[in-house]
Design a binder for this molecule. Structure first.
Ligand code: FE
Length: 198
């Protein structure tokens, strides 16, 4: 199986899943299985979408569903990099591909304060994490390593590059943002000419 065949198979299967208009619970069950399969081997992500930036964590778009029902992003952490506290407003499934990351959940109280909810969750290669807006989807994520690159694959229940959401300061101050994508070109998962054996 060529590198991109794994990604294409994932995209096709996930599209078939969203075609059935599943509830979030079913997306987490079935979509989580599909993502688990995708991150079970770290041999398919092209280097171009695995490059860290010395200062900023990178978000490479791997696929956007044309109806914007989901998007697939490779999240590349340089050593020690960390996100602000943020929400998503749409469901998310995160699969750890390489290295490790730590996700600290937060609760936004009715008087606009942030409280840590529980201990940080550590994702190691092959681990899956679920983010549900209904259950609270605020977190701060960091590369668990100060020396190595870490990469996780994120599936969101929309084109995340179009979703208005918020970042939060420790004091609870909230600011709207839309996250961007690092790349301008997508991996070409649709070239199947290599499949001809003769
Ligand atoms: Fe997040």
């Amino acid at each position: 199986m060529s590198d991109l065949e794994k990604l294409r198979t994932f995209i096709t299967s996930f599209t078939e899943l969203v075609e059935t208009k599943p509830e979030e619970k079913e997306i987490f069950e079935k979509g989580g299985q599909l993502l688990k399969q995708l991150v079970s081997a770290d041999d398919w992500l092209p280097d171009e979408y695995a490059k860290p930036h010395p200062q900023y964590y990178q978000q490479f778009l791997l696929h956007a569903d044309p109806l914007e029902r989901f998007s697939v992003v490779s999240f590349v952490w340089g050593p020690g990099q960390i996100t602000p506290i943020h929400d998503h407003t749409v469901w998310g499934i995160i699969g750890m591909l390489r290295g490790s990351e730590l996700s600290q959940g937060y609760t936004y109280t009715s008087d606009q304060q942030l409280i840590k909810s529980g201990d940080p969750v550590r994702l190691n290669p092959g681990s899956i994490e679920y983010l549900s807006p209904a259950e609270g989807d605020l977190h701060q994520v960091n590369n668990a390593s100060d020396s190595d690159v870490s990469i996780s694959i994120h599936i969101y229940g929309a084109n995340i590059g179009a979703v208005k959401r918020s970042v939060y300061k420790e004091d609870g101050a909230r600011k709207l943002f839309i996250s961007g994508y690092t790349n301008t070109a997508l991996p070409n998962v649709w070239d199947r000419s290599k499949e001809l054996n003769y």
